[in-house]
Design a protein around this ligand. Structure first.
Ligand code: SF4
Length: 241
């Protein structure tokens, strides 16, 4: 059974990059917490995980909301300013079963789970999102959109990167377009991506943390084009992960 926990739900076909189950969990750990013994197909799927933790969403439309973050390892995008470079090599991180991740997220008390990375769409997210929905959690993703879509999401944040451009399919699925800005060129890049998105997409410009000179550029741009808004990395001000 899939619980409808958001205002809209989309089923997205898996289109490649399937991670075969590699798991070291016991049968008991792999059980769906609410349906013991059922649906083990999703619970036993393993993911390389850099970190998973309960915190506050610091960025984007859902800023300030409590959320359980699952940071999957592996990224092939290569942003030079990336602040999680340690996530790039998936083999540096342990493989954890979806059943264990779902259990941890549910036990945290969170209502929202954010799947991020690295680049989370390097992995088949259908098993993990199925499990999270089965226990009634809303599932968000933050992605560069540069790998094939998989999984079922209540909120999709597209954060396109010039180093590996998004695949076309993601644009009409995105709820939120969040572009990291370092220079004026990134504003042109933001507009290029926005033209491909749906009319209802929330358009956000976010300064790169270590490039404060981009802030006045963004402020002036949003004043001139108020269909855009500013996203800040508020978790860094709050000093939470
Ligand atoms: S897509 Fe994200 S994780 Fe990958 S290099 Fe860029 S900022 Fe880092």
């Amino acid at each position: 059974m899939v619980v409808t926990s958001g205002t809209k739900r989309r089923m997205i076909n898996t289109d490649g990059n399937i991670v075969q189950a590699t798991t070291d969990i016991t049968k008991n750990e792999s059980e769906n917490p609410d349906n013991k013994g059922q649906n083990l197909h999703w619970a036993e799927t393993g993911y390389p995980v850099m970190d998973h933790f309960y915190t506050i969403q610091g960025e984007g439309v859902h800023t300030g909301r409590a959320a359980y973050f699952i940071r999957l390892a592996g990224c092939d995008v290569g942003c030079w300013w990336c602040d999680v470079k340690e996530s790039w090599d998936a083999t540096d991180h342990p493989v954890i079963a979806a059943g264990s991740l779902v259990r941890a997220a549910r036990q945290s008390g969170a209502g929202i789970v954010v799947i991020t990375g690295g680049e989370p769409l390097l992995h088949d997210l259908e098993p993990l999102t199925t499990g999270l929905h089965e226990v009634g959690l809303q599932v968000h993703i933050e992605t560069s959109g540069s790998s094939p879509m998989s999984g079922d999401f209540d909120w999709i944040t597209l954060s396109p990167k010039r180093f590996k451009e998004p695949l076309e399919v993601i644009f009409q699925l995105a709820d939120e377009l969040k572009v990291v800005v370092l220079t004026r060129k990134d504003l042109q890049w933001a507009e290029k991506n926005a033209r491909k998105c749906s009319r209802n997409v929330k358009k956000l410009l976010q300064p790169e943390w270590d490039t404060p000179k981009s802030i006045p550029l963004i402020v002036e741009y949003v004043k001139e084009y108020p269909e855009w808004a500013i996203s800040l990395q508020t978790h860094k001000f709050l000093n939470v992960p």
